[in-house]
Design a protein around this ligand. Sequence first.
Ligand SMILES: NC(=O)c1ccc[n+]([C@@H]2O[C@H](COP(=O)([O-])OP(=O)(O)OC[C@H]3O[C@@H](n4cnc5c(N)ncnc54)[C@H](OP(=O)(O)O)[C@@H]3O)[C@@H](O)[C@H]2O)c1
Length: 237
Amino acid sequence: MRIEGKTVLITGAAKRIGAEFARAFATAGAAVIIHCRRSRPEAEALAAALPGAGLHRVLEADLAHPGAAEKLFAAAGRVDILVNNASLYCRSELAVAAPELDREHFEVNFWSPLELMRCFAAQPGLSEGAVINLVDQEALQVSPHGGAYALSRRALIDATLELARELGPRHLRFNAVAPGPVLPPVGLEHSKMEKTLPTVPLRRRVEPADLAAAVLFLAANDSITGAVLPVDGGQHL
Ligand SMILES: NC(=O)c1ccc[n+]([C@@H]2O[C@H](COP(=O)([O-])OP(=O)(O)OC[C@H]3O[C@@H](n4cnc5c(N)ncnc54)[C@H](OP(=O)(O)O)[C@@H]3O)[C@@H](O)[C@H]2O)c1
């Protein structure tokens, strides 16, 4: 599928990794819909700075609220490529009850992406299209303190595979990218990410540009669906 001329909806795209995706798609000639929650000023500044100024839009939605994903998609209009990138990340232990946080993880990391994928697939006349779900290499193994975050990522992987199978005959493709250490979580800049790098086979963090190249590759390649691609320096091993 040609990226040029297509419309891409990227959730959580105002900054960090999502902004890298927005830059990569805009550079490839796509119109980008930058979804944000709290980072509207950053999203507007990004939209104005992208190549193809005037093509890009900003939409706001809190994806922790049931029903918000459907409204977001309705506001987006026609979408050829969907990148589910927004996420909530808090470490927890499954044995310790944290019902509100558990539900929020599932709303943001699973139910909203699933709802966006359903809306994407329900677009009339869509003869080709691609969805790329950002997950985490952590979901490919059983990690300590993965908690509801890792569970919600695993559920999104399963949904990716199931939709790939169900909707392949309509030439709608569903793939996932599982990053390793790219950027420390916000507020945890001195987290254990630096400490884990010596245990990563490639001994380096993942460059956001490498992640963006993987997402673009999956969006463009018409023969790939149902893939979960680790872009993690081998961390899942
Ligand atoms: N960073 C890493 O090293 C790493 C490692 C493994 C996997 N990943 C995955 O890669 C993707 C990007 O990572 P990242 O670190 O750039 O993500 P991030 O900064 O933690 O989150 C991206 C955006 O998600 C949005 N978001 C959070 N809660 C939301 C909600 N309730 N409703 C709507 N939007 C919400 C935020 O938008 P606003 O700022 O507008 O509020 C935020 O900017 C994520 O899916 C993440 O799980 C990242």
